[in-house]
Design a protein around this ligand. Structure first.
Ligand code: DUC
Ligand code: ZN
Ligand code: ZN
Ligand code: ZN
Length: 463
């Protein structure tokens, strides 16, 4: 089966050329000017559009049980929404199992969640929910099974203490895995939340007040130092929301430490004044939305290269469920925002179309660097011969207004409702198969495959 994408501007992380792209059996076969049309070949006209590597969203939480609720996008609705927004691979976080649950069991459960349901390709991050010899001994065989990154939490029920973090960093590094971390200082949160609740201050704004920027930045700096003490273990900071944390990361990068950092559209585009709205519960996530000035600091990092990846942290709890569970009390509201369908368009509009970043940098942030960091390279993350034909076609001249009624996730709202974006996701191909075209989802459950990821390799980077 062949597909020819004609007349587009093909963008990779390091180049931009006017060229046609020939796809054969799901793989990119050729990239050249004026490729002759083979017999029986499907043609996609990309005149006036960017042809880019499909998005890779390395931060989702489908189906996750957070104790008080389960996120309501599963591997069908979650990957369907991703596909409609131009994302062709997701890496989901395996949820917490029961106390004492082992990593292999977690993996088996997640294969069961995704198999036959996913519309696009997928993988999982391991989650280290407690530390003992048995868990640490399991890590190498999970890496062999294609799970080459593991998340540590410094807060929530499964938080690790510093000595546990040191043990995990060491073993993950030895096994060729990348450590990722949710950095927030749990003691600060516990103290402040108790103080606000005791004073009867339960409105959504106090969610943000109970987890200030310093609480996140302190944990970022601590993790940088613990990684350095663990044989310079590679470290990936998820969902950075503030400039102070970014300054600590810049310092570590200047000292050639192997650290990388992700931010998310919500931290670039939304701010804490939303907590004052009557529907402020819609915006409860952790870390919380910050003061508007933090957005400038993050955009600066997106522009100057000190922020490496933009992912979503997609984690869907409907507004009606938030209201019912919390009764308006932030401390009883499940945390997380939906957004997997809007990541590319939001960053394209506010980044590329507003002149803050180049199309090449957009590709690096949304696809190429995620592929390299998380062991999907050299199979995904570029439009080049031999790579999977995961492609998104974006029309920069059309505009899109975000309305939840037109999205494909299982939420009952969008945090970006009514936002006008310059650009439109015209077409998404997953391994050569059209999954989104001209405003219609045309993918199928079960087309998506589990991708066995390569071990982390520091030599891919200039550290
Ligand atoms: N933060 C959220 O808001 N939701 C999911 C997990 C997380 O770290
Ligand atoms: Zn288990
Ligand atoms: Zn997190
Ligand atoms: Zn998360």
């Amino acid at each position: 089966m062949k597909v020819l994408i004609k007349n587009g501007c093909v963008v990779n992380a390091d180049s931009q050329v006017m060229a046609d792209v020939l796809v054969s059996d799901g793989i990119i076969e050729q990239l050249a000017i004026n490729i002759p049309l083979p017999d029986g070949c499907e043609v996609i006209d990309a005149q006036g559009c960017y042809v880019m590597p499909g998005g890779i969203d390395v931060h989702t939480h489908f189906n996750i049980d957070v104790g008080i609720a389960r996120s309501c996008d599963d591997f069908f609705t979650g990957t369907r929404a991703a596909a409609c927004g131009g994302t062709t691979t997701i890496i989901d976080h395996m949820g917490f199992g029961p106390a004492g649950c082992n990593l292999h069991h977690q993996l088996e459960v997640y294969h069961g969640y995704a198999r036959g349901k996913a519309v696009i390709d997928y993988s999982f991050h391991g989650v280290i929910q407690h530390i003992d010899d048995a868990i640490l001994d399991e890590i190498p065989s999970l890496v062999d099974e294609g799970i080459s990154s593991f998340k540590l939490y410094l807060t929530y029920l499964y938080k690790l203490n510093d000595s546990e973090v040191l043990r995990a960093l060491q073993r993950l590094n030895d096994a060729g895995a990348l450590t990722t971390v949710h950095p927030e200082n749990d003691a600060v949160i516990t103290q402040r939340r108790a103080d606000y609740l005791a004073a009867g201050l339960t409105a959504p704004l106090y969610h943000a007040r109970s987890r200030p920027s310093e609480c996140e930045a302190e944990a970022v700096a601590r993790m940088i130092n613990l990684a350095r003490l663990s044989g310079n273990a590679p470290l990936y900071i998820v969902h950075l929301s503030n400039g102070l944390g970014l300054d600590y990361l810049r310092l570590a990068k200047a000292r050639h430490q192997p650290v990388w950092v992700e931010t998310c559209p919500q931290y670039l585009l939304l701010d804490e004044r939303l907590y004052l709205r009557e529907d402020g519960l819609k915006f409860i996530l952790s870390p919380p939305l910050r003061e508007a000035s933090e957005q400038d600091a993050l955009w600066c990092g997106v522009h100057d290269g000190s922020i490496d990846v933009v992912a979503t942290d997609h984690c869907t709890f409907p507004y009606q469920q938030r209201l019912a569970l919390s009764g308006g009390d932030f401390s009883r509201c499940p945390n997380g925002l939906p957004g997997v369908e809007n990541r590319l368009l939001l960053l394209f509009s506010a980044g590329v179309m507003s002149g803050r970043i180049s199309p090449e940098r957009f590709v690096s942030l949304t696809s190429t660097l995620p592929a390299k960091l998380f062991g999907l390279w050299p199979r995904k993350g570029s439009i080049a011969p031999g790579f999977d034909a995961d492609v998104v076609i974006i029309d920069p001249k059309a505009s899109t207004t975000i309305h939840h009624s037109e999205l494909h996730d299982n939420a009952d709202y969008s945090p970006y409702e009514g936002r006008v974006c310059q650009g439109q996701i015209r077409h998404t191909l997953s391994r050569g198969k059209t999954v989104w075209s001209q405003g219609k989802f045309v993918g199928t459950a079960g087309h998506g495959r589990f991708i066995r990821r390569q071990p982390f390799d520091c030599k891919t980077f200039n550290h």
